[in-house]
Design a protein around this ligand. Structure first.
Ligand code: 8OZ
Length: 358
């Protein structure tokens, strides 16, 4: 029987176990560059089978929150190299999450104070955190057809920057109502060109990004995160998420990505927010990629999901923030440190690199 604590060959990566540190925004990157504390933070968590970094914007337009790191400038590559070297020195593996927020942004983050870009000109509603505190997200501008190749190029270039920075892999952020999700869902995408309308058209940008990256850096170092039914960030619900994500899985199969990472239910919330058959979606992948699951997994749930073959890997978010030695604690069935929510975003070492190990 497969075991959560056993090694796994994930595409090109030999992982020590199947426990993944989920991508987690921490908003501590002053000047949009990961700092000295980030080196310690990730090093402390290097016993994860795989670390997936916090979302890193693939271009300036991809930023939507204060102090999130980028992965598109020489300075950012250099800073991330310190992080990947530290994780590798501990024997760990680390992927960077490639992020474009689309309309979940504010003009104060955008080059020239321009409107954020999206599939649509309709606002997501809700707020984002800026230098001035929480403010409503800005009204977006719909990308023109001619601009779409530039978005794909930004993702591919960022993946190349990630390889230069020493990352073992990349995870494309296709979840949680950000840019790629803004194209996939008909609850957001109101286009009438080749990137809107039918399921095939709405899936197209995500699939072109994945294909472009797999060609550039190798499919065995490429993964994708999806969240078929989360309503966060004004995403609502697609009219037929099962058909949409079955199609995406089927189209991904020939790419043979290292992994597909699925958030089950509402991100950070109810696992049963809406009906969705994840096993059916996985079947459309036809075993082409490892299947990574996430959202509120306990030790018991994770052990069972892997043993029963329902998942190849399990990603833990909040537990990894509060427990740098989470893998050891899960092995020993030891108690977990509680999460301090007040120190999740921004701030200093407190709640970042001072959680105790056993
Ligand atoms: C929390 C705060 C800001 C961003 C996501 C990247 O939900 C995020 C995020 C989470 O995927």
């Amino acid at each position: 029987m497969p075991n959560l604590f056993d090694p796994l060959q994930l595409g090109e990566l030999a992982l020590a176990n199947r426990i993944v540190m989920a991508p987690l925004t921490r908003s501590r990157s002053k000047g949009l560059v990961p700092g000295e504390m980030a080196v310690d933070y990730y090093r402390q968590r290097a016993t994860a089978g795989l670390i997936i970094s916090e979302g890193a914007q693939v271009c300036a337009e991809g930023q939507g929150y204060l102090d999130t790191p980028g992965i598109h400038t020489p300075e950012q590559i250099k800073a991330w190299r310190r992080v990947t070297d530290a994780v590798h020195a501990e024997g760990g593996k680390i992927a960077v999450q490639l992020w474009h927020v689309g309309r979940i942004s504010h003009t104060s983050f955008q080059p020239g104070g321009a409107a954020p870009v999206s599939s649509t000109a309709i606002s997501a509603g809700g707020k984002t955190y800026t230098a001035e505190g929480f403010v409503p997200v800005s009204a977006p501008r719909a990308l023109s057809l001619a601009e779409i190749p530039g978005v794909i190029r930004a993702f591919v270039r960022a993946a190349e920057c990630a390889m230069e920075a020493g990352f073992d892999a990349v995870e494309v952020h296709g979840a949680n109502g950000y840019l790629l999700d803004q194209f996939m869902r008909d609850s957001i995408n109101d286009r009438s060109d080749d990137y809107g309308g039918s399921i095939a058209h709405r899936a197209r940008l995500t699939l072109e990004v994945m294909s472009g990256i797999a060609t550039a850096i190798g499919s065995g170092r490429t993964g994708l995160r999806l969240s078929p039914v989360t309503p966060v960030n004004g995403a609502g619900q697609d009219s037929d998420p099962q058909a949409l994500f079955n199609h995406i899985a089927q189209q991904l199969a020939p790419l043979k990505l290292a992994f597909v990472h699925v958030i089950e239910g509402q991100t950070g919330g109810a696992r049963d927010i809406a009906p969705f058959d994840y096993a059916a979606m996985r079947q459309h992948l036809g075993g082409a990629s490892a299947w990574m699951v996430n959202n509120g997994y306990t030790r018991e749930m994770a052990l069972k999901a892997v043993a029963e073959g329902r998942a190849d890997l399990v990603a833990f978010g909040r537990d990894f923030i509060a427990n740098p030695d989470l893998v050891r604690r899960l092995r020993l069935n030891a108690q977990l440190n509680p999460l301090d929510r007040a120190t999740l975003y921004g701030g200093d070492a407190k709640g970042y690199i001072d959680y105790p190990t056993l």
